[in-house]
Design a binder for this molecule. Structure first.
Ligand SMILES: CC(C)(COP(=O)(O)OP(=O)(O)OC[C@H]1O[C@@H](n2cnc3c(N)ncnc32)[C@H](O)[C@@H]1OP(=O)(O)O)[C@@H](O)C(=O)NCCC(=O)NCCS
Length: 182
């Protein structure tokens, strides 16, 4: 994954009905390590990482880069959303070599099943549609990842293709921004 391209970063925190999306801060480090060491979170992402390795290598302020939002509820981090530039060598492109944006999401299991990921991703897509008018967003997820497949559908992603990668069937979809109303 490489960085997103020309966007103003960081934006002002984005507030939804229940959540805040903001740039990462030092106080998020423990939750970021939880995300990457959780077997549930990483079940379809190559498995959990070793805690001692992450304690050594995660920077004091983790994940501070354009396109990476920390999602918080009542002041506590519950997950991250990323919009990255999809590497050109990946299979699955709607506009090959255009450096299109790809959505990724990771939420802590205790926050699943409450609609938080849908609410947060919709807000991030809204931010992106303003920051990069007309640009599509792509998403790739294992078809076996039921929760992620349901989330992609709820957000309005539609299937472009399925293919085999990393020993599993992958679903590759695209989201197009709403047409301007005026
Ligand atoms: C993928 C992931 C973000 C989905 O999380 P999620 O909590 O299931 O997603 P949503 O925010 O869409 O929540 C939907 C659920 O909340 C329920 N819900 C409860 N209250 C709700 C509300 N107020 N509004 C909407 N939905 C609500 C819905 O009924 C739904 O439950 P169901 O899936 O059992 O039917 C999460 O499972 C995750 O982080 N997985 C690990 C990381 C991963 O695999 N990422 C994919 C990388 S491509």
């Amino acid at each position: 994954m490489t960085e997103l391209g020309p966007v103003v970063w960081p934006p002002a925190p984005i507030r939804t009905e229940r959540l805040v999306l903001r740039e990462s801060e030092a106080r998020d480090r423990a939750a970021v390590i939880e995300l990457f060491t959780s077997p549930e979170v990483n079940a379809y992402l190559g498995g959990p990482r070793a805690r001692d390795e992450l304690e050594r290598t995660v920077p004091e302020v983790p994940g501070r880069r354009p396109g990476l939002f920390v999602v918080e509820v009542d002041g506590a981090m519950i997950g991250t959303i990323e919009l990255n530039r999809r590497d050109a060598e990946h299979r699955g492109q709607v506009r090959p070599h255009a450096g299109e944006a790809e959505l990724g999401y990771l939420f802590l299991p205790e926050a699943w099943g409450r609609g938080y990921a849908t609410e947060a991703c919709a807000a991030a897509l809204g931010w992106f549609a303003d920051a990069r008018p007309g640009a599509p967003v792509v998403l790739c997820t294992q078809t076996a990842n039921d929760r992620s497949m349901r989330l992609a559908a709820k957000l309005g992603f539609t299937e472009v293709q399925r293919f085999e990668e990393w020993g599993a069937e992958q679903w590759f979809g695209v989201w197009s921004p709403p047409a301007p109303s005026d």
